[in-house]
Design a protein around this ligand. Structure first.
Ligand code: ADP
Ligand code: MG
Length: 140
């Protein structure tokens, strides 16, 4: 079933010039970018995006990381895109990520882990609409 998911190439990966490699990983896996936006998050943008994590001990640190430099936000489309992208990303902690995953290749630690990916149809819808309002109206 074709579906859409929201991905973010985080500031650590942008700083190390891995944008091209990561987008190539998506494309090789059959995840087609249907929207791309490079941007610098503000504090309020990232706090709204990660609102589900507000109570977590790492929330402030995570928000500081995500505003530390530009990011690339993408909507990816393909068969089972949400699950496929989570597999392609690897475990949250790059040390535990399988070989061949994006986080294994580009992540440094459990916080600086190169990419974000939606984890369910509900979050994919919320997250895509957060950065690309009105996109639901275009196809799919
Ligand atoms: P994922 O990105 O794999 O879905 P979570 O949703 O649990 O992981 O966490 C969101 C982000 O918060 C992670 O990608 C990572 O950047 C950061 N994070 C998660 N757990 C920790 C932790 N224990 N310490 C610091 N940062 C963390
Ligand atoms: Mg998550």
């Amino acid at each position: 079933m074709s579906e859409r998911t929201l991905a973010i190439i985080k500031p650590d990966a942008v700083k190390k010039n891995a944008i091209g490699d990561i987008i190539a990983c998506y494309e090789k896996a059959g995840l087609k970018p249907v929207a791309i936006r490079m941007m610098q998050f503000s504090k309020s943008t990232v706090e709204g995006f990660y609102a589900v994590h507000r109570a977590r001990p790492f929330f402030d640190s995570l928000c500081a990381f995500m505003v530390s430099g530009p990011v690339v936000v993408l909507v990816l489309e393909g068969d089972n895109a949400i699950k496929k992208n989570r597999e392609l990303m690897g475990a949250t902690d790059p040390a535990k990520a399988d070989a061949g995953t994006i986080r294994k290749a580009h992540g440094a630690n459990i916080e600086f882990n190169a990419v974000h990916g939606s984890d369910s149809p509900e979050t994919a819808k919320f997250e895509s609409g957060y950065f690309f309002p009105g996109m639901d109206l275009i196809g799919s």
